[in-house]
Write a protein that binds this ligand. Structure first.
Ligand code: GDP
Ligand code: MG
Length: 168
């Protein structure tokens, strides 16, 4: 089954997004040899079923904490169809260096600007299409708590993960 891994720093909405994508069934277990918990579930996207992994928070590919080591191991050791980099839309410039690291590592990235509601409340204007062109990888804006943008996110995940246009 193709795997989608959610990565990003803590408190950006990875777990809320994981719940939105997978519904209520998730298996939580310790990553082998560690006390770090990793949740795995399934997402039906179009005509395909993906395994979705909610990784512990990480700030870069250079691990400092045990959580970051686990997240890095998941990125390296599992054959991933998509790496969904979830970021805080309010702090984009602080988050983009990690997006670039993931892209430079050759990983199949989709960039998810979450917390769009808070960014808008602060009057932050983001040109997602320009960002997508500059990065050369899909960019999707969401408010995970309300579900806004989730349909688009599912479509882009399908397309990045399968290499096919999304049927629907
Ligand atoms: N306003 C707002 N809050 C959000 C959004 N996504 C997540 N949150 C909240 O942000 C906090 C952290 O979310 P969580 O999914 O646990 O982040 P994680 O640490 O990346 O897994 C929680 O209180 C969520 O309810 C969003 O799009 N908008
Ligand atoms: Mg979480």
């Amino acid at each position: 089954m193709p795997i989608i891994a959610l990565v990003g720093s803590p408190n950006v909405g990875k777990s809320v997004t994981f719940g939105r994508l997978t519904g209520q069934y998730a298996a939580v277990s310790n990553y082998p040899g560690t006390t770090v918990e990793v949740a795995r579930g399934r997402a039906r996207l179009g005509d395909l079923t993906f395994e979705v992994v909610d990784t512990p928070g990480m700030y870069s590919l250079l691990p400092i904490t045990e959580e970051e080591r686990v997240a890095r191991s998941i990125l390296i050791s599992e054959r991933l169809a998509v790496v969904l980099h979830v970021v805080d839309a309010k702090n984009l410039e602080r988050m983009l260096p990690f997006t670039l690291q993931l892209l430079e590592a050759g990983l199949p990235v989709v960039l998810n600007l979450n917390l769009m509601d808070e960014a808008e409340r602060l009057g932050i204007k983001l040109d997602l299409e320009a960002l997508e062109r500059r990065l050369g990888t899909p960019v999707v804006g969401t408010t995970a708590t309300s579900g806004r943008g989730l349909e688009e996110l599912r479509r882009r995940l399908y397309e990045r993960g399968s290499g096919q246009p999304c049927p629907d």
